[in-house]
Design a binder for this molecule. Structure first.
Ligand code: ZN
Length: 514
């Protein structure tokens, strides 16, 4: 199902993303540490489990808004493998760490709570040695270890908000207009005052713990301060956002070097590897986007970026409906028009068995599975989807809810509702390249409201084993006392219909026009 352009909503999810390498350069810090740095704990209103769940939701949003290379890309594989080695030496909680590469040229990286870490291609290119790149990644891992983002959110919440903290993270935007703001946040552009902006203390803690992780993994810990130097030499103090954001790099260099001095000399630390040189060469040949291109969504046309965590980029020629694997060794996709494909979700990813929670819409109430996300577009249509159910490829699992204005006197009886339902089904069909009706339209009542149910069949954005799946769309319409018509479109690959049906039924029955 094709999504409309989503817009609006709140900025919480975006702010949450804004955990950047941007903080790497600090000022005004105290004298050198005398003993090895120990991770700092802070007051945190989130359980570890909440942090994992909410962090994964934000990670899924990153894929919709930034060009994340597929996991199979050689640069991604290398970064994953480097990250996996580093986290073996990360202290504290065993977060489900995962590493990804974003095709963005700015020198940056960011960590999400719960352990998703994104490194820009520009950073891979800028690093001169493996130890330098490992230093950037160890810094990001250290933000995760010390739970800086959720501690920040905890700090920013007023006490009377109480359990609202969890929902702060749950309300994450799905959508295009969000892309700009998200990219800005993640790339370190635009507004700077956000609740998750890393404090200088947090950045210092990430630097110092990062040095320890680097060292314990067998790298020359000087890779970290050397990266600061490399970047400064290349771009100058004002040349990248994170340098201009953080004056006094000398001070940062000083405390990092002082920390390194507390560590016994390693016998033969790793400075760089042939593998790094090889991968950096590949990275140099990869297509990269500017922050502006990312905002404009230019990259979405390439069809080669990952639709979601664990997803694979597959190009589907729009004309024939047949699939070919996208070229993954760099460069643009060919002359064929291509769209991104979505991945099939497991039963647990769909949220089967999740508790239904009440959603108060503008002119309705409805329940939806607690683990799903929701986002609103500029026209007020609300999309509810499990993580991975909505991507650049469109909506593959979930539901869209909207109140559709009706002309004239509007819909005021069962016959009027049926006519409006048929017209809407036709419109949906036209917008989605032709949908086939399955069975007869059913007229019924739900919570005392006249309602119609139409089942439709079309093409799903989900591709499995190189085959585009068939989609089932259930259109439910409700007559409103104000003469307008409410509707819900439920979307799922046909093969998963039986699995998700009880959830759709529950949502459909919970709907009340207001
Ligand atoms: Zn940082």
């Amino acid at each position: 199902m094709r999504l409309r352009s989503f817009a609006g909503g709140n900025f919480t999810g975006l702010n949450f993303i804004r955990l950047m390498l941007g903080g790497l350069l600090l000022a005004g810090c105290g004298p050198a540490a005398w003993a090895r740095f120990q991770p700092v704990t802070c007051k945190n209103a989130f359980t570890v489990e909440q942090e994992k769940v909410e962090g994964a939701k934000v990670a899924a949003q990153v894929y919709q808004q930034m060009p994340v290379l597929p996991d199979s890309d050689p640069v991604s594989r290398y970064v994953q493998q480097l990250g996996n080695r580093l986290v073996e030496h990360a202290p504290g909680e065993r977060w489900p760490y995962n590493f990804h590469v974003v095709a963005v040229e700015d020198v940056n990286a960011f960590a999400l709570p719960g352990g998703s870490i994104f490194v820009n291609l520009g950073t891979v290119q800028a690093a001169e040695t493996e130890a330098q790149l490992a230093g950037v990644m160890a810094h990001e891992i250290s933000h995760v270890v010390q739970r800086h983002s959720t501690c920040n959110i905890t700090k920013a919440q007023t006490p009377q908000l109480g359990f609202g903290i969890a929902s702060v993270l749950s309300s994450i935007l799905l959508g295009d207009s969000a892309a700009g703001s998200l990219a800005q946040g993640a790339l370190g552009l635009g507004a700077t005052a956000t609740i998750t902006r890393m404090s200088r203390d947090a950045e210092k803690q990430a630097d110092l713990l990062g040095v320890g992780i680097l060292y314990d993994t067998g790298y020359d810990p000087r890779g970290m301060p050397q990266f600061f130097e490399t970047i400064q030499a290349k771009y100058g103090a004002g040349g990248t956002q994170w340098l201009s954001d953080h004056p006094n790099p000398g001070n940062r260099m000083e405390y990092v070097n002082a920390e390194i001095a507390t560590l016994p000399r390693l016998d033969r630390p790793t400075v760089t590897t042939a593998e790094f040189a090889r991968v950096r060469g590949i990275a140099t040949g990869e297509q990269m986007y500017t922050a502006k291109d990312v905002q404009a969504g230019v990259w979405k046309k390439a069809g080669r970026y990952s639709p979601g965590p664990g997803g694979v980029a597959v190009a589907v020629p729009v004309s024939s409906g047949q699939q070919t694997s996208s070229g993954q060794s760099g460069g643009q996709s060919g002359s064929q028009p291509a769209v991104a494909a979505a991945a099939r979700l497991s039963k647990s990813a769909m949220g089967v068995g999740a508790r239904l929670v009440r959603f108060q819409g503008d002119r309705y109430v409805m329940s939806y599975p607690e683990s799903w996300q929701h986002g609103e577009d500029s026209s007020g249509a609300m999309t509810f989807a499990p993580v991975g159910g909505a991507s650049a490829a469109g909506l593959s699992y979930g539901a869209v809810v909207e109140v559709a204005q009706q002309p004239g006197d509007g819909v005021n009886d069962a016959a009027g509702l049926s006519a409006a339902t048929i017209a809407l089904a036709r419109k949906l069909s036209d917008q989605n390249g032709g949908l086939q009706q399955v069975g007869q339209m059913v007229s019924t009542t739900i919570n005392g409201q006249n309602a119609n149910v139409v089942e439709l069949r079309g093409k799903s954005p989900v591709v499995e084993g190189g085959v585009q799946m068939t989609e089932r769309d259930r259109l439910v319409t409700y007559q409103r006392v104000d003469g307008d018509m409410s509707y819900i479109v439920f979307v799922v690959p046909e093969r998963d219909l039986a699995t998700i049906k009880p959830m759709f039924d529950g949502m459909m029955r919970s709907y009340r026009a207001q």
